[in-house]
Unconditional design. Structure first.
Ligand SMILES: *[C@@H]1O[C@H](CO)[C@@H](O)[C@H](O)[C@H]1NC(C)=O
Ligand SMILES: *[C@@H]1O[C@H](CO)[C@@H](O)[C@H](O)[C@H]1NC(C)=O
Ligand SMILES: *[C@@H]1O[C@H](CO)[C@@H](O)[C@H](O)[C@H]1NC(C)=O
Ligand SMILES: *[C@@H]1O[C@H](CO)[C@@H](O)[C@H](O)[C@H]1NC(C)=O
Ligand SMILES: *[C@@H]1O[C@H](CO)[C@@H](O)[C@H](O)[C@H]1NC(C)=O
Length: 365
């Protein structure tokens, strides 16, 4: 597998929803902290010169303002941006690695929030470790360092209040599952899911200890249906379709996470959470013959079978109408798909987001 190939990531999640009342109260925009992988990365890895999971080159960003590649694994905005927009911002807050090198005005920039997400990372520190990305543990350490510094600028009490009132959005887990398959792991499936949940518990507790109380969490999409895995399925069996064994794990991941969050909300006082079912949101779109997408199996940008034999880059094939495609590249959803997903997370019913949706989470004090 070639370098620059971006082995692991995400296949996304999607939506429904035909409504979009924005939150109107500008005076009270919440602070947002975003953690996770390429589904939420807005350019973190572009600040890591030797990172092998980057997207700061065309055709990425072709639908972004000024057709600019920003490091997002998308033709335009991603889920972090659309959630931020629904909260009243123009887009996601900037990457932590951009903010730390700003010489002044840290605390002002910080007031909006920070995006720590790094493409290729996972719940396990080993995931993505060969790609030079920022693991979730390291992202949490970055937040700790930031919060520590911030309390020297504003008071410790205001720092704690900022973190406690902030909205934490976390999208992670897919890369752990991709690596489980890529390495032909012999760990039994149940044990593997337990390992991921135990890591997730540690991460949530670490964030809780830093003051975090409101968590908007998203599970993993049916990863076996992304173009990269459809290609694997085709090569292995000669048949079209999703890679079922991987989808089974993705589904098990969601239900284990659902239980974990339910449990943890009794153990950690004052925690509030909302869990988006990325699996169901996406599979419903894929299986719906009246889907808003004409194409749910091939990447818009890439090369070869399903446009999944090569990465999206300047010389890859590019589909003419991005709005017709669920997938942007071999792993990631299009801007349109993430937009719909964000609306579902925000306003969707309990079958897609529970026990409350993101709107209720943010507005419910
Ligand atoms: C931040 O600036 C320092 C010193 O100029 C540099 O060494 C470092 O690579 C920069 N970090 C990033 C993420 O750009
Ligand atoms: C925290 O402060 C130290 C020392 O001033 C600085 O080196 C570091 O970059 C700061 N970190 C953040 C996250 O602001
Ligand atoms: C995993 O198994 C496949 C199929 O048997 C093989 O082609 C591949 O090289 C193996 N990968 C690793 C990392 O062992
Ligand atoms: C949730 O709590 C129940 C009862 O304490 C326990 O049996 C179960 O193992 C816990 N599950 C998880 C995922 O933490
Ligand atoms: C795009 O990726 C392919 C690998 O599939 C590579 O051969 C080609 O040189 C890359 N193009 C650019 C512009 O990097």
């Amino acid at each position: 597998m070639a370098k620059k190939y971006i082995p692991s990531f995400l296949c996304l999640f999607v939506f429904l929803a035909n409504f979009v009342p924005h939150l109107a109260d500008d005076a009270a925009l919440p602070t947002i902290f975003i953690l996770g992988d390429s589904t939420a990365d807005v350019g973190t890895n572009s600040f890591i010169p030797d990172s092998k999971a980057r997207a700061d080159f065309p055709h990425n960003g072709i639908d972004f303002p000024n057709a600019r590649p920003t490091g997002r694994f998308s033709n335009g905005f991603n889920s972090a941006d659309f959630l931020a927009k629904l909260l009243g911002f123009n887009r996601s807050p900037p990457p932590y690695l951009f903010l730390v090198n700003q010489t002044t005005g840290h605390h002002k920039l910080l007031h909006r929030g920070v995006n720590f997400a790094s493409g290729g990372s996972g719940l396990l520190d080993t995931t993505g470790s060969k790609l030079n990305v920022v693991s979730l543990s390291a992202q949490i350490n970055q937040l700790a360092s930031l919060s520590n510094n911030l309390s020297n600028v504003i008071s410790q009490a205001s720092t704690e209040a900022t973190v406690t009132n902030a909205f934490f959005f976390i999208s992670v887990g897919s890369n752990d599952i991709f690596e489980y398959f890529k390495t032909n792991s012999t760990i039994p499936k149940e044990q593997f899911i337990d390992n991921l949940m135990s890591a997730y518990t540690n991460h949530i507790e670490a964030l809780y200890n830093l003051g975090a109380r409101k968590f908007g969490i998203i599970s993993v999409a049916p990863l076996g249906c992304c173009p990269a895995q459809r290609l694997v399925q085709k090569l292995l069996t000669g048949k079209d379709g999703c890679f079922g064994a991987m989808n089974d794990i993705a589904l098990a991941f969601h239900s284990a996470l659902d239980t974990l969050l339910y449990n943890i909300s009794y153990q950690l006082p004052e925690i509030k959470y909302s869990l988006g079912n990325a699996f169901k949101m996406t599979i419903d779109v894929i299986n719906n013959p009246h889907s808003k997408f004409q194409n749910v199996d091939t990447a818009c940008c890439g090369t070869g079978t399903f446009n999944a034999q090569g990465p999206c880059n300047a010389t890859a094939e590019l589909c003419p109408d991005r709005k017709k495609y669920l997938f942007w590249d071999l792993f990631h959803p299009t801007q349109k798909a993430t937009h719909l997903a964000a609306e579902t997370l925000f306003f969707g019913p309990p079958i897609y987001v529970s026990p409350i949706n993101f709107y209720q989470l943010v507005n419910n004090n």
